[in-house]
Each structure stands twice: as structure tokens, then as C-alpha cells.
Design a protein around this ligand. Structure first.
Ligand code: NDP
Length: 450
């Protein structure tokens, strides 16, 4: 038995049977169900209404062919996905990932997590996720455009501003959203807030680009203030990744007084004991789309090491995994703990393995789980939807202030739920339960309609 509750064990066994061969999805479901032990004990009405049985099954899962023509005139075929996991509290909302590793398991794990994360923001958004196994690396602009147009030609049948509002994720930034939005507008002949992460000239929100990274730091700052009575000032920070989340996490960590000494990409990591020069990283990653290795040719005194896991051997006070799922395992967690890490907060989705999370919790390291700590991106996407509905734009400062409020509330909601359900300070449990309760309330109100 993996669960204390026979009911939860039964739910999990069914999920395993229905989704065999989908390890990431099963990992995500297991982690959430483990948090529900006290809910099942205290809220029998939710068990009776089958809320947990229903919440682990997506409302809809769409898989489709994406054909496009490469620069050599050859037809290429990829697989596209959209999972519409739960719409109890609002339209489905969640990003699109373009990466060769994308498959049904990854899309479902991300869509499942997204339901709780979106609920935690306090905004009316359900959970969804999508993407394709298309690899944007090394593709020309024209190839990216043709892929995105073909992808949207099918996806547009399933989405809409009041139905499902996708956004970016790994491999989908402003350029890809532009190509997809243009195609949606052309096919539907309408200008609506059907995607978020849009450019400012056609309905995007100020501060969306910065939101996940900034939000991660607002959350981390509040977590260490409330739980350790400390601040980011003077803290050494290690951030994995050098994409959208990592870059703006670095920017805000530095602004709050921390010193970021390491970043990475999927080939290796850089260590700069003086503190990373973020302008150089932005130039490399946002402008030149170059490898992080190039940093050492531009900044003296910095080191480059092949392989990304080594980044966790650098001593730090705060570790922020911002690259991808399962990038921080038990061995890396042990080294971080030995080196005296005080707090870990997840910028990426599920970057820490279950063994790593357990090790941090056992060692008393503050741990901010992804669905709370990185919710700033989707929260600001929610604010972009608000602005699109009003046909109005807020200033950067207005959006940033709302984002900060939302992140501070998320921390307190997760913390309070951990207290209420008997595990004070366990933010994994707190975030799962706080996110779940709002969805469960709405599902109870609807009766058994789907
Ligand atoms: P980007 O594509 O902008 O950047 C991803 C970064 O992670 C790159 O530096 C990439 O390196 C690195 N990376 C990717 N795969 C691996 C790997 N297997 N091992 C090591 N490094 C890897 O993505 P984002 O910054 O947008 O997303 C990062 C994470 O944050 C994802 O888990 C995403 O789901 C999550 N997230 C993103 C949000 C957003 O608003 N963007 C919102 C909430 C969560 P390389 O260039 O070499 O591939």
C-alpha cells in the first residue's frame, strides 16, 4: 500500500491502470493524492461525491497530426496535443510546449498540475496544457512559422477566449505566439484574447515576460521572511536554466539583494563568483539564441562546465530550479543540503524528484513547490485575459503590483492550509489542498454533470 487511505489507494490504482506507461503523469498524481490524506479524513462529502475520482481524469484529451514543409521542401510530420483537464472554475488555461520530449504523459502531468496552480492564483481559470514533439532548435524562422500555422489550424477548433486560452511554455515564446495568434485571427476572423503572452502591439500585457521569474522571487522572499525571518539580501543564489523563467528570476533576485552565481542550459552550466552579468545572458539567449557556454568568452573570471546537474554542487543559500522536470534528484539534493542550502523554490514545473523533495523536507530546508512558486506566469496571463476583455491595458507597475499581491497571497494560502490540515510549513501539501478546495467546491455545486 502506498497510501494510508484505502480510498486514495483505489483512486491511484485506477489511474495507474488507465495511464500505464505515463510515468510523469503518475508521479504528479501520486504527489497530489499523498497530500489529500487529511482531506479524505476530514471531508467525507468530497469522497462521497467522487470529486477526487473525477479530478484525476481529464475532461478532454486531443491528439492531432501536424504536417508542415521544411526549407528543403520535405514534408515533416509532428504530433500535437491539447489536454483540457478541468474547467470547474474557469476556461482551461495553460501553456504550449514545443520540445522533442513532449508526449501524452508530459502533457497530462503539466495539465493536471496546472489545475491546482491556476486555482491558487485566485483568478477564474481552469487547467489545460498542450504542445508538440516538434524541436524548434536549429529551425529557421520560416520553418517555425509554418509549423506554428499548421499546429494552430487544428488547435483553433478546440480553443476560444471563453473556452480554452493557451500560452507559452518551453520552446514557445513571443515569436511562436505571434505566428499562432496570426493564424487563429486569420482562420476565425476575430481579434480576441485566445492566447496569452502576446506582443504588446496586439493585446499582450506588460510584465508578462517577467512574471514567472519575478513571481518566483516574490514568493521566495515571502517564504523566507515568514518562515525564517530573513530576507534575500546578501544571499547566494543558484538558478538552473537560462530561458524565460531563469532570466527574470535572476533579475528580481538581484534586485532584492541576492547574488546569482550560476545558470545553465541543457548542455552545461556557468559559474561566475562575482555574480552573473545578466545583460550578457540576455544578449546570448534572447537575442543571439546562443549556448550558455559562450558566456565565458565574454566575461572574465567565469567558468563553464559540461553537464547541467553539476550546477547543484555550487554552495548556495537559495536554489531555484528553473529548467525542466526532474532536473534535481536525490543526489543533487543531498549535496545542496550538505552545502547548507536554506530554501529551494521551483521555477520550472516538477523540477525536483519526489526523493529530492522528501530530502529537503526532512532536512528542514524551506521548499516552495512549483504549483505555488511559479504561478506568477499564469496569474499574469489571467491579468492579460482581464485586460483583453476590458480592451484596456494596465501599466507595468500596475501589473507588477497585482502580481506581487497574488504571489504573497499564494504563499499565505498554502501556508495556512498546511496548518489547517496538520502539517504546518509543508507547502507541498498546503498548495495542493488550497488549490484543490476551490475546484472541489465548484464541482460539488455542479452535481455529477461531467
Ligand atoms: P525556455 O524554453 O525559455 O527555457 C528553458 C530552459 O531550460 C533553457 O535554458 C533550456 O536549455 C533549459 N532546459 C530545457 N530542457 C532541459 C534539460 N533537459 N536539462 C537542462 N536544462 C534544460 O522555457 P521557460 O523558461 O519558459 O520554462 C522553464 C520551466 O518553467 C518549464 O518547466 C516550464 O514549464 C516552467 N514554467 C514556465 C512558465 C513561463 O511563464 N514561461 C510558467 C510556469 C512554469 P536549452 O536552451 O539548452 O534547451
Amino acid at each position: 500500500m502506498e497510501f494510508k487511505s484505502a480510498y486514495l489507494q483505489g483512486v491511484y490504482d485506477t489511474v495507474c491502470k488507465r495511464n500505464s506507461g505515463e510515468p510523469e503523469f503518475l508521479q504528479a498524481v501520486k504527489e497530489v493524492l499523498e497530500s489529500f490524506e487529511p482531506v479524505v479524513a476530514q471531508k467525507p462529502e468530497l469522497v462521497e461525491a467522487g470529486i477526487i475520482d473525477r479530478i484525476v481524469e481529464p475532461e478532454r484529451f486531443v491528439q492531432f497530426r501536424v504536417s508542415w514543409v521544411d526549407d528543403a521542401g520535405k514534408v515533416q510530420v509532428n504530433r500535437g496535443y491539447r489536454v483540457q483537464f478541468n474547467s470547474a472554475i474557469g476556461p482551461y488555461k495553460g501553456g504550449l510546449r514545443l520540445h522533442p520530449s513532449v508526449n501524452a504523459s508530459i502533457i497530462k502531468f503539466l495539465g493536471f498540475e496546472q489545475c491546482f496552480k491556476n486555482s491558487l492564483t485566485g483568478l477564474p481559470m481552469g487547467g489545460g496544457k498542450g504542445g508538440s514533439d516538434f524541436d524548434p532548435k536549429g529551425k529557421s524562422n520560416g520553418e517555425i512559422m509554418r509549423f506554428c500555422q499548421s499546429f494552430m489550424t487544428e488547435l483553433c477548433r478546440h480553443i476560444g477566449p471563453d473556452t480554452d486560452v493557451p500560452a507559452g511554455d518551453i520552446g514557445v515564446g513571443g515569436r511562436e505566439i505571434g505566428f499562432m495568434y496570426g493564424q487563429y485571427k486569420r482562420l476565425r476572423n476575430e481579434h480576441t484574447g485566445v492566447l496569452t503572452g502576446k506582443g504588446l502591439s496586439y493585446g499582450g500585457s506588460l510584465a508578462r515576460k517577467e512574471a514567472t521569474g519575478y513571481g518566483l522571487l516574490y514568493f521566495t522572499d515571502e517564504m523566507i521572511r515568514c518562515m525564517k525571518n530573513e530576507s534575500l539580501k546578501g544571499k547566494t543564489v543558484v538558478i538552473s536554466g537560462s530561458g524565460n523563467v531563469a532570466i527574470y528570476a535572476n533579475e528580481k533576485a538581484t534586485e532584492l539583494g541576492g547574488k546569482v552565481v550560476a545558470m545553465s542550459d541543457s548542455n552545461g552550466y556557468i559559474y561566475d563568483p562575482k555574480g552573473i552579468d545578466l545583460a550578457v545572458v540576455k544578449q546570448l539567449k534572447e537575442v543571439e539564441r546562443a549556448r550558455i557556454k559562450e558566456y565565458v568568452n565574454r566575461v572574465s573570471g567565469a567558468e563553464y562546465h559540461d553537464g547541467c546537474r553539476g550546477i547543484w554542487t555550487i554552495p548556495c543559500d537559495i536554489a531555484l530550479p528553473c529548467a525542466t522536470q526532474n532536473e534535481l534528484d536525490a543526489d543533487s539534493a543531498a549535496v545542496l543540503i550538505k552545502n547548507g542550502v536554506m530554501a529551494v523554490a521551483e521555477g520550472a514545473n516538477m523540477p525536483s524528484t519526489p526523493e529530492a523533495v522528501a530530502a529537503f523536507q526532512k532536512a528542514g530546508v524551506l521548499f516552495g513547490p512549483a504549483k505555488a512558486a511559479n504561478a506568477g506566469g499564469v496569474a499574469t496571463s489571467g491579468l492579460e485575459m482581464c485586460q483583453n476583455s476590458m480592451r484596456y491595458s494596465w501599466t507595468f507597475e500596475e501589473v507588477d503590483a497585482k502580481l506581487k499581491d497574488i504571489m504573497i497571497n499564494i504563499f499565505h494560502n498554502a501556508f495556512n492550509a498546511s496548518k489547517e490540515f496538520g502539517s504546518e510549513g509543508n507547502l507541498v501539501m498546503g498548495a495542493n489542498i488550497a488549490g484543490f478546495m476551490k475546484i472541489a467546491d465548484a464541482m460539488l455545486a455542479y452535481g455529477v454533470c461531467y
